[in-house]
Design a protein around this ligand. Structure first.
Ligand SMILES: Nc1ncnc2c1ncn2[C@@H]1O[C@H](COP(=O)(O)OP(=O)(O)OP(=O)(O)O)[C@@H](O)[C@H]1O
Ligand SMILES: [Mg+2]
Length: 217
């Protein structure tokens, strides 16, 4: 999955500018960076929710599944919301159980709490197979135990499907637990990209280093 010259401009302001990169199957990439650094914009361009600027080229990306940063729900039960992602009821039940939604599966999705909605949205996203899975801060609203279960499910999904995963997160610890590689965005550019442990424990780029200093504080 190749991307060349990926740029996005909003109202004359360039918010993303990436020369070229290659996403490989079977690899989990964590995307880190400050608020406004372009993480969600990158996600939306890759799943064609937004159009990139004229010269950009995205090739051979295959089927993309995307969980947006703001989880949405349809006006129906939790179970029905999840089945919108795929018809396999056995899989839906398995995800519902593991994500602790069993008691809520017949409830109206609109009544869920923030973390519960995120769990429902993750289950709905993981109902079918894909070539590229893009998760935009999937666990930001979740408690510690739901976060841990979600991380396991995401890793399992990647292993079973052999797809590539883009996990956008503000948690360095999560990136270390889940990702093979880290992409660090700074003001719309890739400041650093490499093996997760190496980038996060020994950043080469000054911008990455300054960002990571806050975690040690
Ligand atoms: N539709 C839009 N119109 C104008 N500007 C936009 C639009 N969408 C995003 N932006 C701007 O682009 C920049 C990047 O936004 P983006 O949502 O990609 O950031 P992010 O890295 O996901 O941040 P966060 O950590 O807060 O989620 C921001 O400065 C934002 O204000
Ligand atoms: Mg975002």
């Amino acid at each position: 999955m190749k991307v060349e010259n990926l740029t996005k401009t909003y109202g004359g302001r360039r918010v993303l500018s990436i020369d070229n990169f290659n996403f490989e199957k079977g690899v989990i990439y964590a995307v880190l960076g400050a608020n406004g650094s372009g993480k969600s914009t990158l996600a939306k361009l890759l799943c064609s929710l937004e159009r990139a600027d004229e010269m950009s080229k995205i090739t051979d990306i295959g089927k993309v599944l995307y969980m947006p940063q703001k989880s949405y729900c349809f006006q129906m039960s939790v179970m029905k919301n999840i089945l919108l992602g795929g018809r396999d009821e056995k899989r839906a039940k398995m995800l519902i159980e593991r994500l602790g939604l069993t008691r809520l599966s017949a409830s109206a999705a609109a009544s869920l709490s923030g973390g519960e909605s995120a769990r429902m949205a993750l289950a709905r996203t993981l109902m079918s197979k894909c070539d590229m899975l893009i998760l935009d801060e999937p666990t930001a609203a979740m408690d510690i135990s739901s976060t841990s279960v979600s991380e396991e499910i995401i890793k399992e999904y990647a292993r079973e499907n052999g797809c590539c995963v883009l996990l956008i997160t503000h948690s360095v610890k999560q990136a270390l637990r889940v990702a093979d590689e880290v992409i660090f965005l700074y003001e719309g550019e890739i400041a650093e990209w490499g093996e997760a442990k190496s980038v996060l424990n020994d950043p080469k780029d000054g911008r990455t280093r300054r960002f990571l200093e806050f975690y040690g504080a």
